[in-house]
Structures are given as structure tokens and as C-alpha cells.
Design a protein around this ligand. Structure first.
Ligand code: GLU
Ligand code: ZN
Length: 493
């Protein structure tokens, strides 16, 4: 095992989104590539925004994606607990040590006072950060503030230096001292903030590499400062972690993909029936590449070659079409039994099956797979393609024809076609796709002189309920003679 320790540390607010998953994946891949440790930590110190539901969703999402972690919720580890809400005494203790050593101090300024002074600084064209007012209060001033009933926040005392680090993705990054003013680490209520708990846990959990989104770039200088302070008071033992900031993901109109965009919701992919393999494969391409133009690979293959140094600093473009195409490619690689297994939950949730499928259902499903596997891009599309094989069964909904298709295709002109098809099919003794095709061609194309589309369209809609379905003759074969004929009969007025 190498000493590489990386972490994925989401806050359980709202629904998991793809940006989060990419961060998790890159950290996971780096840990697996180096033989290091992948830590999963929950940053749930914001009582107002965090929810238990969101925490459960996060766990379920990572499990669904097939990602495993070496330390964290459910698996434990040497730095337990891994939910920050259960580590509050640790943060209180560190905050006290920082205060005692003078690395941090109490600030009594009210929000209004801060805003007034910021406003003034702006008017004088100065950088409007905290001005250090409470850095060196006298005992008398402190007594006065207290007597006024002011509740103080705790601020870090930032050294007057510029902050530079060698970003694993972006190369050298520098923040000038004036852009990193003394910042709040504990609220007046005593609640510790992200600015404290995140770097403290990175230190205590001995994190070596911080790989996270570019939106957190400006947190890094503060975290370096906090690291140095913790080192000075003997809390941090090792080296500063190395930082790498993953590029932004851009959505439509070259705007940053937002949590509100539907394609950013992880749930959407689950519900539409994307495979975890397909989604992870696509997300891995957002800022990284395999190296030899390969775009189709598993997360294990990715892990074999993954190197942070090859993450691209330029914004990545999110392309749902490409994501879907990669998913379709994954679907094509599944063996039939596996694909059946993955379709079943969708067939149940869509109500096509009222319970676990019977042996007979499974047999039909297995026969249908070769007809749909090449055509479906998502599991949900597959379900739509096969549902006509089961509707009308006991426990399944009635067979229904899409009313739009019915209006368009099952017209008065279609009636003679259906009548002819019914009588031709009635005479088929060995019910096979070949025999079905043969008699329909003879009856409708040769006999009635129709073009294939006009000939087969009405039969397709009558039998499958839709205009787009798996290949017609094979569909009829699987559906069976009795049900095929009765559906055609039902479409004849
Ligand atoms: N809890 C933070 C977030 O979800 C983690 C940021 C980080 O990786 O440092 O944004
Ligand atoms: Zn102050």
C-alpha cells in the first residue's frame, strides 16, 4: 500500500449531481492507481442545509456506481467517525488551541459594522476584505464588547504573505496576501465552518492529495495557512497536502453546468436507465483522457492508467448525446442474462410486471434481447420496446395502442391491410419470423401491391401499440400466434 490518501467529502445537501460524481471518480481512480487509500467523509456540519435523506442518497449513489471506499461511513477506519457532525468536540478543541496560540482570535464586529467598513474600503478603491480591527483588542475593549452582549466569531490571523502552490492540474497558482484576509472559522453560535472542519480533517486524516473542483480554488490559500498554523501548534505532523483542481464542467450555452440543470442530476441517470459503467465512463472524460483516443473503458481500466498530471485545466464540455452514446455502447457489451437482470427493476417500477417476473416472462424477455440490445440507448428505452410483449398478461396492464399512432396509422385505408394480414397469418402453421415475413410479403406487397412501409405499418401499430418497435416479424414470433392475431382482429373495425 502506498501512502497516498485521497478523500471525497461531499456535503449532504440536495440531490447528488454529476460534478460530485466526477470528483469522487477521479479521487477513487487515483487511490486505486497508486494503491493508496480512498476516504469517504461526510461534511455535514451545516445544520440548516444538510439532511439525512441527502446523506442516504449519497451512500446509495456511490454504491450504485460501484465505487468502494477504504475508510468512511459503513466501513469505518482509523480516523472514525467520518461524519463531521459526530466530530464536533474535535473542532472545538482545535479552535481553542488556535485561540490559545494566537493563531486565531475573537472578532466582535457586527455584520453591519463589517459591511459599513467594506463599503468604505470600496469607495477608497481598497480591497474590501476584513480589516483586522479585532486582531489585537485590549482587555478593556473585550470587556466593553462583552458588556454590549456581542457574541464573537473566531477568525484566523493570516500571515502577511502571498500564497503559492504547485497545483497538480493548473501548475503554479498564487494568491496575493491582500486577497486572503483574516477569515471566519467558527460562527458566533459556536458552529464551526467549512473553512475549519475541512482542512482540519484533511490534516487529522492524513490526506496527501486534495483533488476537487475548481470552484474551491480560492479556499486553498486559507487551507494552506491553516495547515501551517496546525503544524506550528503540533497538530499537523506530515507535509502540506498537494492540491489539484479539476476543471469546470460547462453545460448548454457554455455556462457552468448548474445543479439545477436536469442533466446534472444523478437521479435522472438512474431513472432513465443509464448504466453506472456508462455514466462513469463518460464522466471520466470530463477533463481527462485515456491517452490513446480510447473513449470506451471501465473504471478499473481507467484506474490502471490514471494520473492527475494528465487532467486538463481547460473547462470540459458536458455533452448528453455523447454520454448517451457511450451508455448505448455499454449496453451492447452486456451478456443477455445480465441485460435481462438490469431491465427487471424498470419493468417492475413501470408496472409492466406487478411482481417478480415468472419463468415464462423471463423466457420471453431473453428472446427479445437480441431484438432490442442494438437499438436501445438506455434501459428505459428497452422497457418501452418490450412492454407490448407483456401487456394483457394477468397482473400486467391492458395492451393499449398509442392514440397518436392509432390516429395516424390505423386509418380507414389501413383496414383492408389488416384484414388481409389477419387472414394470411391465420394460415401460418409454423409460427416463425421467416414464415411470418413470407406470408405477409406475399399477401400485402405482392397481393395488394403496397410499399413495405404502408403494408407493415398498420400491423406493427396494431400488434405493438407503437410505430417504433423491435423488428416486426421477430416481434410477432415472440408474441405468439394467438395474441398476434387477436390484436390485429381488435384493430379491425
Ligand atoms: N464539502 C465540500 C463540498 O462539498 C468539500 C470541498 C472539498 O473537497 O474540499 O463542496
Ligand atoms: Zn472584528
Amino acid at each position: 500500500m502506498s501512502n497516498v490518501r485521497v478523500r471525497f467529502c461531499p456535503s449532504p445537501t440536495g440531490n447528488p449531481h454529476v460534478g460530485m460524481v466526477r470528483t469522487a471518480l477521479f479521487n477513487w481512480a487515483y487511490a486505486r492507481h497508486t494503491g493508496g487509500t480512498f476516504i469517504f467523509r461526510i461534511e455535514d456540519t451545516d445544520i440548516a442545509r444538510d439532511s439525512e435523506q441527502s446523506y442516504q442518497d449519497l451512500l446509495a449513489s456511490l454504491r450504485w456506481l460501484g465505487m468502494d471506499w477504504d475508510e468512511g461511513p459503513e466501513v469505518g477506519g482509523p480516523h472514525s467517525p467520518y461524519r463531521q457532525s459526530q466530530r464536533m468536540d474535535i473542532y472545538a478543541d482545535i479552535a481553542k488551541k488556535l485561540l490559545d496560540s494566537g493563531k486565531a482570535y475573537y472578532c466582535y464586529c457586527s455584520p453591519e459594522e463589517l459591511e459599513d467598513r467594506r463599503e468604505k474600503a470600496r469607495a477608497e478603491s481598497k480591497t474590501p476584505g476584513y480589516d483586522g480591527m479585532c486582531r489585537d483588542l485590549t482587555p478593556e475593549q473585550i470587556t466593553k464588547h462583552k458588556s454590549e452582549g456581542r457574541a464573537p466569531v473566531i477568525r484566523m490571523r493570516m500571515p502577511d504573505t502571498d500564497w503559492t502552490w504547485d497545483d497538480l492540474v493548473r501548475g503554479e497558482v498564487t494568491f496575493a496576501a491582500e486577497h486572503v484576509p483574516d477569515y471566519v472559522i467558527v460562527r458566533a453560535t459556536g458552529e464551526p465552518l467549512y473553512t475549519l472542519v475541512n482542512p482540519v480533517d484533511d490534516v487529522l486524516m492524513e490526506v496527501t492529495h486534495v483533488l476537487r473542483g475548481e470552484d474551491l480554488l480560492s479556499s486553498t490559500p486559507r487551507q494552506l495557512a491553516l495547515y501551517d498554523a496546525l503544524k506550528a501548534i503540533g497538530v499537523a505532523k506530515g507535509e502540506r497536502p498537494l492540491y489539484g483542481h479539476l476543471p469546470y464542467v460547462m453545460g448548454e450555452g457554455n455556462k457552468k453546468l448548474s445543479k439545477r440543470d436536469p442533466e446534472s442530476s444523478l437521479l435522472m441517470y438512474r431513472e432513465e436507465g443509464y448504466l453506472p459503467e456508462g455514466l462513469l465512463n463518460y464522466l471520466s472524460l470530463l477533463g481527462w483522457s485515456f491517452g490513446d483516443d480510447r473513449e470506451f473503458f471501465s473504471k478499473e481500466e481507467m484506474a490502471k492508467v490514471f494520473d492527475v498530471a494528465r487532467v486538463n485545466a481547460n473547462p470540459a464540455r458536458f455533452d448528453l448525446k455523447k454520454c448517451t452514446a457511450i451508455n448505448a455502447e455499454w449496453i451492447r457489451t452486456l451478456d443477455h442474462a445480465d441485460l435481462v437482470k438490469r431491465l427487471i427493476p424498470f419493468l417492475i417500477s413501470d408496472g409492466v410486471f406487478s411482481q417478480e417476473p415468472t419463468e415464462a416472462d423471463l423466457e420471453v424477455l431473453l428472446k427479445a434481447i437480441p431484438l432490442i440490445q442494438e437499438r436501445m440507448e438506455t434501459l428505459r428505452q428497452g422497457v418501452n420496446m418490450v412492454s407490448f410483449l407483456f401487456t394483457g398478461n394477468p397482473g400486467s396492464p391492458e395492451f393499449e395502442i398509442d392514440p397518436d399512432e392509432s390516429a395516424k396509422v390505423l386509418t380507414a385505408d389501413a383496414q383492408p391491410v389488416l384484414i388481409e394480414a389477419l387472414s394470411a397469418l391465420n394460415g401460418v402453421s409454423t409460427w416463425s419470423a421467416e414464415a411470418i415475413e413470407e406470408v405477409l410479403r406475399v399477401a400485402l406487397i405482392d397481393g395488394l401491391g403496397l410499399k413495405p412501409k404502408v403494408a407493415f405499418g398498420p400491423v406493427r401499430v396494431a400488434v405493438t401499440g407503437r410505430r417504433v418497435s423491435p423488428p416486426l416479424f421477430e416481434s410477432l414470433e415472440i408474441l405468439g400466434k394467438v395474441r398476434s392475431l387477436s390484436r390485429i382482429q381488435a384493430a379491425i373495425i
